[in-house]
Design a protein around this ligand. Structure first.
Ligand SMILES: [Zn+2]
Ligand SMILES: [Zn+2]
Length: 327
């Protein structure tokens, strides 16, 4: 028996009203709503009041009604019940991960991935039933959960008859053993952009749910390999540029390769270590926007020096020594 009305509200009383209070409320309302006495009140109201009193004045019917009311209240606040219900309609998400180079994002490359998932069984169109029909589970009235007092305390319980789906196949499909699922694999091309973050969510490409419904999402995790020189921040490319002490003091110009693009960098005179320069517009072009190339100078001492260089460094040292003596 399913009660769709709140009989206590109809009679304007609280659920803990005494027998006498129920009777008084009914007598008052029935006089007020009687179609002969008050023709402007819709007749439905009179019927509602009579129906409410019929249930609430009968001990057996009232306790049955109270039990159903308690159950539906408890189910409203049980999170697992809601997720169980939605799980029966939306399949589980599928997670995969792929390796990506920073250059793939910068060059806006496409990546093709092979997706292996639980798809819909073609024999039964994902219904799990040979005649493509499913029947509502009578044990749980299609809710997927059973009104067990213990299960309410512990937060919901799957219906043992339908496994929480709320329905079962009319005639079990042999190809999928009634699950409605079939293993499938297909290729999917993913477009990468400079804005692609660590994961991409592809709607409805996840697993198909048991018993039919909408597939979950496909979550593609990207393992973006760190580049030894460059990193990406929005459309800006950040990088480190190693320069020698002579370049730092005298200034220079260098041609560098930034992901296949040649860039001329002018090193100003007397550059300090870790100093940053920006080449506007030399970052990534995406749509009508352009990022910058931002370079940090890292002064590096030469690992190998020629005899000629040693000679020159000696001269520098002498000069520095002279400065120290005079200073
Ligand atoms: Zn069930
Ligand atoms: Zn099937």
């Amino acid at each position: 028996m399913v009660y769709e009305k709140d009989y206590y509200t109809i009679l304007g009383i609280s659920p803990d009203a005494s027998k006498e209070e129920i009777r008084r409320a009914y007598r008052h309302l029935v006089l007020q709503c009687h179609p002969d006495k008050n023709p402007e009140i819709p007749s439905g109201r009179f019927n509602e009041v009579t129906e409410a009193y019929k249930i609430l004045s009968n001990d057996q019917k009232k306790s049955k009604y109270d039990y159903t009311l308690r159950m539906s209240e408890a189910f409203k606040g049980t999170p697992e019940t809601t997720s169980d219900r939605s799980r029966s309609r939306i399949g589980p998400d599928l997670k995969i991960s792929i390796n990506v180079e920073l250059e793939d994002l910068i060059r806006q490359n496409k990546k093709t991935v092979v997706i292996k998932r639980k798809g819909a069984c073609k024999e039964c169109a994902g219904t799990g039933s040979k005649n493509k029909k499913r029947s509502k589970c009578l044990t749980c009235s299609g809710k997927g959960v059973v009104p067990d007092l213990m299960s309410i305390i512990f937060g919901g319980n799957k219906c043992p008859h339908c496994g929480g789906i709320g329905s079962y196949p009319d005639r079990e499909c042999k190809a999928c053993c009634g699950t409605g699922q079939a293993e499938e694999s297909f290729r999917k091309t993913i477009q990468l952009t400079p804005h692609t973050k660590n994961c991409i969510v592809l709607q409805k490409l996840g697993n198909y749910p048991v018993g039919g419904g909408t597939p979950g999402n496909l979550i593609v995790g990207l393992n973006i390999k760190e580049h030894p020189v460059y990193s990406l921040r929005s459309l800006n490319i950040w990088g480190n540029l190693e320069i020698s002490p002579a370049q730092a003091i005298l200034g220079d110009s260098m041609e560098i390769d930034v992901f296949g693009k040649k860039e001329v960098v002018v090193i100003p005179i007397n550059v300090k270590d870790k100093m940053i320069i920006k080449k506007e517009g030399a970052g990534i072009s995406y749509g009508d926007r352009k990022g910058d190339l931002i370079l940090r100078f890292n002064m590096r001492l030469p690992s190998e020096v020629s005899s000629e260089e040693i000679e020159l460094y000696r001269k520098i040292l002498d000069i520095e020594g002279g400065k120290r003596k005079h200073g």
